[in-house]
Design a protein around this ligand. Structure first.
Ligand code: NAP
Length: 529
């Protein structure tokens, strides 16, 4: 599939009339000469939104089975791109091929997960409260509820997951599953990768004869296209992963509309690790090695990267710090996703280094390229963090701070003062359970996922996953962007009172034509047969 650099507007490929862009190889900082991409003009963005609006009624009325087939066709198409996709993503992102192969597996797995969610049917949450005609003093009508699609969704591709959080990533898969047309704004950092995947989706939509506006992909750089998309009246929800400033700007744009809409923005998180005294005494060196591995993984460019670790001061903490520093010192520097993200990383390191009473423990192997990130491990004290809260701002990359506390009470106080997080980790043994219980009570108010004796990088795609959390980790703590319940962001409930069968959606028809699980007068009920 030769790349053209054109925008995907429904069934068409159209050259943008905006500024020219070339993809950049972050490892060499050289432009990739072909193709030339152009930013979308306001007209093209409008066309994509209008088409999505026109497609909505038809798409939301398709059977769940048909949308499942769409998701599977997209998954097959992505696999069918073979090495072409991996090599393009490698040259645009600097991410190693093995990592991208794993990410492709995750992307395809997500699409197939949502296909199975659609077939199983619980996502519609079909609920029946039977009529009670003889109830006194007033009879109860027949009441039925199910979830319906929200409307066209704009998805912002994330720089740090060119496949799994981008054009056919979790936001797109869950929105299409819900029956929402999707307009993706390609991330500037992987334009060709976006086009390859976008063309696969376009073909799958055509093969399945779904409405033209089911999917579009537009290119922009410099906020205009993103602002226009979020402000367009046809758009009913937004999925975003990126910087806190970008997420907040989109939230403001969405709130300023005549009709405000939800923005599901995943922004920043330092993912604290609480190393409790029993675990510190029993496994300081092992945990140190695991921590350094998690910190350096993927040049630290995971939203779940552990950026903060707390433990009580003492000789065992010194053992931990020495071992973690030694492990990090062995780690090679790695190419970051873009020159801008690398520059932001250097600025973040300078900000940490400028704080009083904050010492560098160790740095990784020196960089051998201009955009390579060298791992950095710092240490400071609880008292110093309390006085210098800038130390707790996310530094996107392989940098972390060990915070030494005088007591577990200080660790608890730290937990109470935390901002919202995607994850919080406890390293513990049996003897730590009492303090762990207090920590869990606090941390479940602060984070979307709590984990014990592991590290937060590595987000399983499954039914029980929550990849979310209170602000600023995300803009809406009631939802997840990973796992099957991510579909709920793009649905809303409708109650049908006394509607005859002929007017009800299939999920609520009396004879259960979709053969799905339903709740009948308070009882979860399997389909017959
Ligand atoms: P970004 O700057 O937030 O950009 C992400 C997307 O949002 C781009 O498509 C961008 O479009 C759009 N956008 C940003 N600000 C906008 C605005 N004011 N109005 C309209 N659209 C806007 O994120 P990034 O480029 O991926 O990386 C920058 C920094 O974000 C990183 O250094 C890191 O700190 C953070 N980041 C965090 C995570 C995480 O998971 N925590 C992941 C990725 C990045 P334009 O290109 O058109 O501006």
């Amino acid at each position: 599939m030769p790349l053209t650099g054109e925008q995907i507007i429904g069934h068409q490929l159209i050259r943008g009339q905006g500024r020219e862009l070339l993809a950049i190889n972050p490892a060499t900082e050289e432009a990739i000469p072909a193709p030339v991409f152009n930013c979308a003009s306001a007209n093209l963005v409008n066309q994509a939104c209008e088409l999505a609006d026109q497609a909505f009624d038809s798409l939301r009325s398709t059977s769940p089975e048909r949308r499942a087939q769409l998701l599977e066709a997209i998954a097959d198409g992505i696999v069918g791109l073979g090495a072409t996709l991996l090599e393009r993503a490698h040259s645009e992102s600097g991410l190693p091929l093995a990592r991208l192969e794993g990410e492709r597996g995750r992307t395809v797995g997500q699409l197939r997960l949502f296909a199975s969610v659609l077939r199983q049917g619980r996502w519609q949450q079909a609920t029946f409260d039977s009529a009670l005609p003889d109830r006194a003093p007033l009879p109860r009508p027949d009441l039925r509820m199910c979830k319906v699609a929200l409307g066209p969704v704009v998805v912002f591709g994330a720089s740090n997951f060119p496949l799994a959080f981008s054009v056919a990533g979790g936001d797109t898969a869950s929105a299409l599953a819900a029956g929402c047309p999707v307009i993706v704004k390609a991330h500037r950092a992987h334009l060709g990768t976006s086009e390859l995947v976008g063309r696969v989706i376009q073909q799958a939509v055509q093969q399945l004869e779904l409405p033209e506006g089911t999917f579009s992909l537009v290119v922009g750089d410099g906020n205009d296209v993103g602002q226009q998309l979020v402000s367009h009246p046809a758009v009913k929800a937004v999925g975003f992963t990126g910087s806190r400033s970008g997420g907040l700007a989109l939230l403001r744009a969405a709130a300023a509309r005549a009709e405000p809409i939800p923005v599901y923005a995943e922004m920043s998180s330092v993912n604290p690790v609480f190393l409790l005294p029993g675990a510190l005494a029993a496994r300081a060196e092992t945990i140190a090695a695991g921590f350094a591995d998690a910190l350096a993984l993927g040049a630290g460019q995971f939203c779940t990267n552990p950026g903060i670790l707390l433990a009580v001061a003492g000789p065992e903490l010194e053992t931990f710090v020495a071992r973690a520093g030694a492990c990090l010192a062995d780690k090679a520097s790695q190419t970051m996703l873009t020159a801008g993200i690398h520059q932001a990383y250097l600025t973040g390191l300078q900000r940490i280094a400028a704080q009083p009473d904050t010492a560098l423990v160790a740095a990784g192997q020196p960089p051998s390229g201009a955009t390579q990130a060298q791992g950095h491990l710092y240490r400071t004290t609880f008292a110093n963090v309390a006085a210098n809260p800038q130390l707790l701002e996310e530094v996107f990359g392989p940098a972390a701070i060990v915070i030494s506390c005088q007591s577990v009470d200080q660790m608890l106080a730290f937990a109470r003062s935390l901002d919202g997080q995607l994850t919080a980790t406890l390293q513990l043994t049996e003897q730590d359970l009492e303090v762990a219980r207090s920590l869990v009570q606090t941390l479940e108010k602060k984070a979307g996922r709590l984990l014990v004796n592991g590290f937060p990088t590595g987000v399983e795609v499954c039914d029980a996953m929550v990849h979310g959390g209170p602000f600023p980790a995300t803009s809406d703590s009631r939802s997840t962007s990973v796992g099957s319940t991510a579909i709920e962001r793009f649905l809303r409930p409708v109650c049908y009172q006394n509607l005859p069968d002929a007017l009800l959606p299939d999920a609520l028809k009396q004879d259960n034509p979709l053969q799905i699980w339903r709740q009948l007068d308070g009882v979860a009920t399997a389909p017959l047969g």
